[in-house]
Design a protein around this ligand. Structure first.
Ligand SMILES: [Zn+2]
Length: 188
């Protein structure tokens, strides 16, 4: 009597474990699906909720600094050093590091859309391969000057090395669709 009860008990435990495992698989499948959700829409989250002032728009412009582009690849949004940057959309981190004129940069990709957040703090909060959710804090606005970057060609008027081609702390946001820079304002 006791042993058959024990058998039933262990069988139920095994069945329960099996079901909870399959539940885990089902939820990770759903998670995969959210990664591939179609984000080609105007539902992007503004990366700096308290900073709406755009200091340079996408497209043709007069280069503000030596080494910065006359065909601006993104948007410049005014923000002081340390301001929290939020993810415009969910996706996978595909790059963290110093990237030429963009300085310290974090790139998030989802399907054929990518967002690069430039001139950010070198203290990265995420690493390549991490999945981040829309509106979550992903980085902080970086300082104007950075030190210790090998062969950094960008300098300010006093000769101090800068966080890419920049005249002061701000966020530069590049949105690419199929690898080509597009106007970020079309997505908000
Ligand atoms: Zn810019």
């Amino acid at each position: 009597m006791y042993s058959s009860f024990f058998k039933l008990f262990t069988t139920s435990i095994i069945v329960l474990m099996f079901f909870s495992c399959s539940l885990l698989f089902i939820s990770s499948d759903n998670f995969e699906n959210t990664e591939n959700v179609n984000i080609d829409s105007n539902n992007f989250y503004w990366p700096l909720p308290d900073n709406k002032r755009i200091t340079s728009y996408f497209g043709k412009r007069k280069s503000p600094t030596k080494g910065s582009s006359s065909n601006h690849s993104g948007l410049d949004i005014a923000a002081s050093e340390g301001t929290q940057i939020h993810a415009c959309f969910s996706g996978t981190v595909t790059f963290t590091g110093f990237k030429g004129a963009g300085g310290y940069t974090l790139t998030i990709k989802n399907g054929n859309i990518s967002a690069s957040y430039c001139h950010i703090s070198p203290n990265f909060l995420f690493k390549v391969g991490d999945f981040v959710l829309q509106s979550n804090v992903i980085a902080n606005v970086g300082p104007k000057n950075v030190y210790g970057v090998l062969n950094n060609p960008y300098k300010d008027s006093s000769g101090k090395p800068t966080n890419g081609a920049t005249t002061g702390s701000h966020l530069h946001l590049t949105i690419k669709k199929d690898g080509i820079a597009v106007n970020p304002l079309d997505y908000f």
